[in-house]
Design a binder for this molecule. Sequence first.
Ligand SMILES: [Zn+2]
Length: 177
Amino acid sequence: MGHSRKKLDLTGQKYGHLTILEPAENIGGRTAWRCLCDCGQEVVVKTCHLRNGHTKSCGCQNGLGGPRSALGLTYMDGTCVEMIRTRTVRSNNTSGTPGVDWMAKKQRWRASICFKGKRRYLGSFKKLEDAVKARKRAEDELFEPFLKEFSQTAEDTSEPHSDQPGGILQGKGTKVL
Ligand SMILES: [Zn+2]
């Protein structure tokens, strides 16, 4: 490599909802940037994904039904890894615990878990704590092996030659798109 190219400086630039904070470590040999999404989530995005419009937010702005790659989320077998990792609670959730909903008609708490594209019902309970317990048990049974498998997969793909679509997680809490 004879000539040195001046490194692009995108600091302060805005792409969609992302404001570039600073250069991040390269991802698989590609330059990347630490960005702040309008929603407050920090993400690391490859330069090429910013410049070609592939990534315009941390994923929060993509709504439902967008193309998977644009979500910047990692899916394995139809299950979103980030949703499991962060134990995301939907805003319309009535209990504060994911997968536990109040059924007003029956006056019971219903526990369910969504995994690999399927919802499984875990039963309904008079007491919230019982529904939460059922949900937690199902999480441990389903999610833990799944996340373990995922982190192994992520390690396998950390080789510089593989440039996977979708995203991997880097460090704690920062998504890499
Ligand atoms: Zn966001």
